[in-house]
Write a protein that binds this ligand. Structure first.
Ligand code: SF4
Length: 366
């Protein structure tokens, strides 16, 4: 029995859209998405990266479509991957039309820069004919001039007004297969704008922090921004934007979702900060276990604690846990003491317990 039973706030009920076979919103699991950083025109490199991201757990992948050649490659990419493909379009509505012809599963568009209402509506009609949803992306960096003037700069109210204006245009055109995002690099602004948006609409929301930064800074900023909203029940799909390998984005996204008990994937490591009671090199032990289990797909919590005084409590709460003494350690599984082991057996013992874990043992409830 686990003592950690609290959950984030009840999730806001949103409409459901289907990106290819993947549902978003309407009670579906919060979807993890990412974006390739290859040139989309290079089909082979783009497919390679998408396959890596699939392995990491990415459920929806977006590619930039800045040229006709990139749009023309989408069908070839689609045949070689296994997750829905989203075309990211700016400035040229013909690229959106071509992406739809090539089988894109979703179009991401900024209606403010696509060349006017007529062209936007042309894209909506084409998407509607194919049953493809559209994500309207509003970015703090490209808020319309009139709204900047009205709101005295980039404000949450201005961003939400922009998104609601775009939604109205879609609805007037009879198109409601929508996902909405408001992104900003400023975290309080991004949080406030999405809270406001969530009050005003029930379309599913895509959460993200733009220009979040490199892994170290970007994960922290995204965890605060996206995590705050998720904890309030807001958000249906997330993308962590990092300067670097997109596989790290996917890993970080699951990290945030797991921390809030919203998704399960892989091993959740719990380890103590060590203190004057620690008698072994706990950092090294934890790093070795983490490395050995980094590609493990079983959803389990593993606790590695530095002493036999306070360690057993936490180790018992995990699926598999260890409380380390000076030369020996106590190994736990689902609250039961399994046996005493030698300190140099800890890594192997934990890894073996994880490998031997069968579905009958259950999955982590943390
Ligand atoms: Fe210190 Fe033990 Fe707590 Fe780790 S579990 S911080 S070693 S008291």
């Amino acid at each position: 029995m686990n003592r950690f039973t609290s959950c984030p706030a009840e999730r806001k009920v949103t409409r459901q859209v289907h990106v290819g076979p993947v549902s978003v919103g309407g009670g579906a699991p919060i979807r993890v998405q990412s974006m390739t950083c290859t040139r989309t025109e290079n089909v082979a490199a783009t497919v390679d990266q998408i396959l890596d991201l699939e392995n990491a757990g990415c459920e929806i992948i977006r590619v930039a479509v800045p040229t006709l050649k990139a749009a023309e490659g989408l069908a070839k990419i689609k045949t070689q991957i296994h997750i829905p493909l989203v075309a990211d379009i700016h400035f040229n509505h013909r690229l959106a039309l071509r992406a739809l012809d090539e089988g894109a599963d979703k179009i991401r568009i900024n209606p403010g820069n696509i060349g006017g209402r007529d062209r936007f509506e042309t894209v909506l009609k084409a998407a509607s004919r194919r049953g493809v949803p559209v994500r309207i992306g509003v970015n703090a960096g490209s808020l319309e001039k009139a709204l900047l003037e009205k709101h005295g700069g980039v404000t949450a109210g201005g961003l939400v007004e922009s998104a609601m204006n775009h939604i109205r245009i879609c609805e007037e055109a009879g198109f409601t297969d929508l996902v909405i995002s408001i992104k900003a690099s400023d975290i309080p602004l991004m949080i406030e704008a999405n809270r406001l948006l969530s009050e005003k609409t029930d379309y599913p929301l895509h959460l993200g922090v733009t220009e979040a930064g490199t892994e170290k800074e970007g994960i922290l900023r995204s965890a605060v921004g996206i995590g705050t909203l998720l904890a309030e029940g807001i958000g249906d799909t997330i993308r962590i934007s990092l300067t670097g390998d997109p596989a790290a984005e996917v890993k970080a996204a699951y990290g945030i979702l797991k921390a809030l008990h919203l998704r399960k994937r892989g091993i959740t490591m719990v380890s103590c900060p060590t203190c004057g009671r620690t008698r072994i090199d706990l950092v090294q032990v934890v790093e070795k276990i983490e490395k050995a289990l980094e590609n493990e797909n079983k959803s389990l919590t593993v606790a590695v604690m530095g002493c036999e005084v306070n360690g057993p409590g936490e180790a018992r709460e995990a699926d598999i846990g260890v409380a380390c003494g000076k030369k020996t350690a106590l190994l736990f599984s689902r609250g039961e003491t399994i046996r005493k082991i030698k300190s140099d057996e800890i890594v192997d013992a934990i890894v073996t317990e994880v490998r031997n874990w069968t579905p009958e043992h259950g999955e982590s409830d943390r």
